[in-house]
Design a protein around this ligand. Structure first.
Ligand SMILES: Cc1cc2nc3c(=O)[nH]c(=O)nc-3n(C[C@H](O)[C@H](O)[C@H](O)COP(=O)(O)OP(=O)(O)OC[C@H]3O[C@@H](n4cnc5c(N)ncnc54)[C@H](O)[C@@H]3O)c2cc1C
Length: 254
C-alpha cells in the first residue's frame, strides 16, 4: 500500500480502510452552520470569564459579551478545559501539552493512507494539494499552553520521516506550527458531570478529539436531552481517578 515505506524497520502493521483525511476548517464551519440552521446560537470570539454558582449548580455563564443563564453547561474547552473548569471552582486533572506539526512543499500524489508509527509517534499523510503534513509527539515536551515552533521538532521529525520513507529525505519544509493536546492522566477523555451537577465535561481528547468528537457529542446530546446515558459516560467519568479504576491508553497517534 505504501511501497516507499522502509519495511525493514516494521514488525507488524495494521490498515484501516475506513480511515480518511479531513481538512478541519470546512468541517467545523459546516457544524456551526448546521447548528445555526437547527436554532442554536453560535457566538464566536466570546470569552467565558466566570460562572455564577447556586448551590451545587451553575446558574449562569459569564462572558466578556454578557451573561447567559443556563440549565446545563458543557465544558468543551480543549487544552483550556482545566482553566475553564477552574473558573467554576472545579479541578480537572487535564494538562495542556504542546504538539508540533509541519507541512512540506507539494509533491505528485504518492501516499494513500495516513501512516502512523506508534513507537516513535511519527505520523504523516499527503494533502489533496500534494503536501506532506505530519507531526510527532515529544516525550520531553513540558506541560503548558505553548504554541511556538522549535528546531528540535524539525530535526526529530525530519530524521524520523527520512528513516520511515527514505524518498522523503530531500523534501523542503514550508511551514511549521503547533497547538496543544488536552492530556489526562490515562490518555482517555473526561466525560459527564464534574464538581457541579450540571457542569458537564467533554474534554481530554489528547490527539484524537477531531476523530472522536462526532460520535461522542452525539451520545452526549442524546443524554442531555433525556436519553439513557451511553456506557462511555460511566467508563470515562472523572470519578474513575478517585476509584482507582484507571486503564491507561497507550495507542496514541502523535
Ligand atoms: C497539531 C495538532 C494536530 C492534531 N491532529 C489531530 C488529528 O489528526 N486527529 C484528531 O482526531 N485530533 C487531532 N488533534 C487533536 C484535536 O485537535 C483535539 O482533540 C480537538 O480539537 C479537541 O476538540 P475540542 O472541541 O474538545 O477542543 P478545541 O478544538 O481545542 O476547542 C476548544 C475551544 O475552546 C475555546 N476556549 C478556550 N478558553 C475559552 C474561554 N475561556 N471562553 C470561551 N472559549 C474558550 C478555544 O478558543 C477553542 O476554540 C490534533 C491536535 C493538534 C494540536
Amino acid at each position: 500500500m505504501v511501497p516507499e515505506l522502509d519495511t525493514a524497520r516494521v514488525l507488524a502493521a495494521s490498515w484501516n480502510p475506513d480511515d480518511a483525511v479531513v481538512f478541519p476548517w470546512p468541517f467545523l464551519w459546516g457544524y456551526a452552520e448546521r447548528a445555526r440552521a437547527l436554532g442554536a446560537a453560535v457566538h464566536p470570539f466570546t470569552r467565558v470569564t466566570g460562572f455564577e454558582i447556586a448551590g451545587r449548580r451553575v446558574a449562569a455563564v459569564v462572558t466578556d459579551r454578557g451573561r447567559v443563564a443556563c440549565d446545563t453547561v458543557v465544558n468543551a474547552g480543549g487544552a483550556w478545559s482545566r482553566e475553564v473548569a477552574a473558573l467554576a471552582g472545579v479541578r480537572l486533572p487535564n494538562r495542556p501539552v504542546r504538539h508540533e506539526i509541519l507541512v512540506t512543499e507539494p509533491l505528485k500524489p504518492w501516499l494513500g493512507p495516513l501512516v502512523s508509527d506508534l513507537e516513535s509517534g511519527l505520523y504523516f499523510s499527503q494533502s489533496l494539494r500534494g503536501e506532506i503534513v505530519g507531526g510527532m509527539g515529544d516525550p520531553e515536551e513540558p506541560e503548558g499552553l505553548a504554541s511556538g515552533s522549535t528546531l528540535r521538532f524539525l530535526a526529530r521529525f525530519s530524521r524520523a520521516l527520512a528513516a520511515c520513507v527514505p524518498v522523503a529525505s530531500g523534501l523542503k519544509v514550508i511551514r511549521q506550527w503547533a497547538g496543544c493536546y488536552d492530556v489526562t492522566p490515562d490518555n482517555n477523555p473526561i466525560l459527564g458531570a464534574a464538581g457541579l451537577e450540571n457542569f458537564l465535561q467533554l474534554s481530554g481528547f489528547v490527539g484524537h478529539g477531531f476523530m472522536m468528537a462526532p460520535a461522542v457529542t452525539e451520545a452526549m446530546a442524546a443524554w442531555m436531552t433525556g436519553g439513557p446515558p451511553d456506557e462511555i459516560f460511566e467508563r470515562f467519568t472523572i470519578r474513575r481517578f478517585e476509584r482507582g479504576e484507571v486503564r491507561r491508553e497507550d495507542f496514541i497517534i502523535g
